[in-house]
Write a protein that binds this ligand. Structure first.
Ligand code: ARG
Length: 465
């Protein structure tokens, strides 16, 4: 990127001294805001068309501007565009190049607008595009989860509370819990998109403009749902960015929890699943190692996304109306959150369908830790024993199991009856993990038939959004 002293500043009229070289670099944003070039050009083309519609530009001027901007887009995409730090940001770089290409007409583009409404518009267009890309990755991950859940609607595993074996569940049910979290994330993103898709253009520097602009027309050209009601608010608030970063932080929280479970499950202690080789790395010293780097990294990356959210909240909190240069600091955290959440979702969506499930190990783990103790208590309740007494009886049976090294299902009926005469031969049906899962057959329960129905509903919901 060049730093050419001879380039005149578009705002240089009232200045008699050149900008200090370090200040120039310190205040510039082009090194990072150039990634919004496509949105900046789209916004400028729509603005020029609107100016022609209301008679501020004539048709020839409009056509020259549109053609020039389209050429510039080509230059940027082919890496030929002469970016300059002296021109501060993406907006002035493109505008200056336009004038270089088409002459004096290029200088008319900025009529009736300011960089303040221009940058706010670019950010909203940019974020809108990225929300759509992130939503697509989220959907791909959800679809993989739902498919795996269907395949494992009958696979038994232990469910945990406090990371202690609690009750048997199906692996499909566990996977659909993840899908529910992601479904809410998708809804939050869609909601955030609605508030993002409002057009600031027309607010100009802060108070609006004296030209007879047609904001509804520009909004229609750019696919905005509405125009911002208040010009001060339009150039000033970045709450849509903060809101997106909050959505991103929650997505990362969910992915981080998934990651934590995957890291546990691939460990020798659990040995529930195996990740595809292409998603793991080895150790430079221990030849036997296959490390779950992808989930570990995603868990780690949640930290920077939380940091971005907090940075942006702090950036906004002290600003008086309307635009302040502080807002230039909104870009890097936003871009970082976008990149991080998109990459994390992508790698998860690629990884999940290929995980190998070790169903026998999962079932064996569900048999440990007296996971059907609640089923035994519920059985006694069905035989007329009050729940509190049933709890006590089963507690004693469990203590006996701990002392003798037996699970409940391994005890003889005679032994079990020592704890309650209400127990009969049919008790063994509820003491198996399959019986325990099958009994939880209401909506939201872990029974295989319910898991299959829930997966069907989840897939329908996914198709709707
Ligand atoms: N680069 C600036 C930003 O990102 C554009 C707006 C500049 N406006 C101004 N009045 N200096 O916020």
């Amino acid at each position: 990127m060049s730093n050419d002293k001879s380039i005149a500043k578009p705002w240089g009229g009232r200045f008699s001294e050149a900008t200090d070289a370090f200040v120039e670099a310190f205040t510039a944003s082009v090194t990072f805001d150039r990634r919004m070039y496509a949105q900046d050009i789209r916004g400028s083309i729509a603005h020029a068309r609107m100016l022609a519609k209301v008679g501020v530009l004539n048709e020839n001027e409009r056509d020259a501007i549109v053609a020039g901007l389209e050429e510039i887009e080509g230059e940027i995409e082919s890496g030929k565009f002469p970016w300059s730090v002296s021109l501060e940001d993406v907006h002035m770089n493109i505008e200056a190049r336009l004038t270089e290409k088409i002459g004096i007409i290029g200088k008319k583009l900025h009529t009736g607008r300011s960089r303040n409404d221009q940058v706010a518009t670019d950010m909203r267009l940019y974020l809108r595009d990225e929300i759509d890309a992130i939503a697509a990755e989220l959907k791909r991950l959800q679809s993989g989860l739902i498919e795996l859940a269907e395949q494992h609607a009958d696979t038994i595993m232990p469910g945990f509370t406090h990371l202690q074996v609690a009750q048997p569940i199906t692996f499909g049910h566990h996977l659909l819990a993840w899908n529910e979290m992601l479904q809410r994330d998708a809804q939050r993103l869609a909601d955030c998109r609605r508030r993002t898709n409002v057009m600031p253009l027309g607010a100009a520097a802060l108070a609006g403009t004296s030209y007879p602009i047609d904001r509804a027309y520009t909004a229609q050209l750019l696919g905005f749902d509405a125009v911002a009601e208040n010009s001060l608010d339009a150039v000033s608030d970045r709450d849509f960015i903060i809101e997106f970063c909050a959505c991103a932080a929650l997505i990362m929280t969910h992915l981080s929890r998934f990651s934590e479970e995957l890291v546990l499950w691939v460990s020798q202690q659990f040995d529930f699943v195996e990740l595809g080789d292409s998603f793991c790395t080895g150790s430079s010293i221990m030849p036997q190692k296959k490390n779950p780097d992808v989930p570990e990294l995603v868990r780690g990356k949640s930290g920077r996304v939380y940091g971005n959210l907090l940075g942006l909240l702090t950036l906004m909190k002290g600003q008086p109306l309307a635009y302040n240069k502080d807002n230039q600091e909104d870009k890097e955290p936003l871009f970082d959150s976008i990149d991080t959440v998109k990459a994390s979702l992508r790698v998860f969506a690629d990884m999940i369908p290929g995980i190998r499930v070790k169903a026998d190990n999962m079932r064996a783990a569900a048999l440990r830790g007296f996971s059907t103790a609640t089923d035994l208590a519920d059985y006694l309740v069905r035989k007329g024993v009050p729940f509190r007494d049933a709890h006590e009886i089963v507690g004693k049976a469990v203590r006996h199991g701990i002392e003798t090294g037996q699970d409940l299902a391994e005890m003889s009926l005679e032994t079990l009856r020592r704890f309650s005469p209400a127990l009969d031969e049919d008790v063994f049906e509820v003491l198996t993990p399959e019986g325990s899962c099958a009994a939880r057959k209401h909506i939201g329960g872990t029974a295989p038939e319910q898991v299959r129905a829930a997966a069907r509903r989840a897939r329908e919901r996914l198709a709707d959004c």
